[in-house]
Design a protein around this ligand. Structure first.
Ligand SMILES: [Zn+2]
Length: 120
């Protein structure tokens, strides 16, 4: 079976390009060394994890070093957009009052004044 922890790590990789830990990263790179990196909990489930990755993950985010390098820090194009109007007054930058573009990401900077926007 594939644990929720593994599924969540893989989902963060798919959605946001956040690299998982050594073992899962080796799986994504299609590196047989993953076998030696698996802990006691993951070892018996390696086959299931590979099957899950094969069936559930987009093929361009895993399977080789090149794909993994290209996907890192990127993730899907259509990452869920943040509703900045709910976080900042009218969706405007608190420092310069420029409106925050809906393409702004968590931790991104105001194009006008450099203010850093956070979701939390
Ligand atoms: Zn600003």
């Amino acid at each position: 079976m594939v644990s929720n922890t593994i599924k969540e790590s893989l989902q963060r990789w798919v959605d946001y390009g956040v690299p998982p830990g050594g073992f899962l990263l080796a799986v994504l790179r299609n590196d047989l060394g993953a076998v030696t990196l698996a802990d006691a909990q993951n070892f018996p489930n390696i086959k299931d994890i590979y099957v899950y990755v094969y069936n559930e993950l987009p093929s361009d985010c895993w399977g080789s070093d090149q794909k993994v390098i290209a996907w890192r820090g990127k993730g899907k194009e259509e990452v869920e957009k943040t509703n900045w109007e709910e976080i900042y007054d009218d969706g405007n930058c608190p420092d310069c009052s420029e409106s925050i573009p809906d393409t702004m990401v968590d931790g991104g900077e105001c194009f006008n004044c450099g203010h850093v926007f956070f979701v939390d």
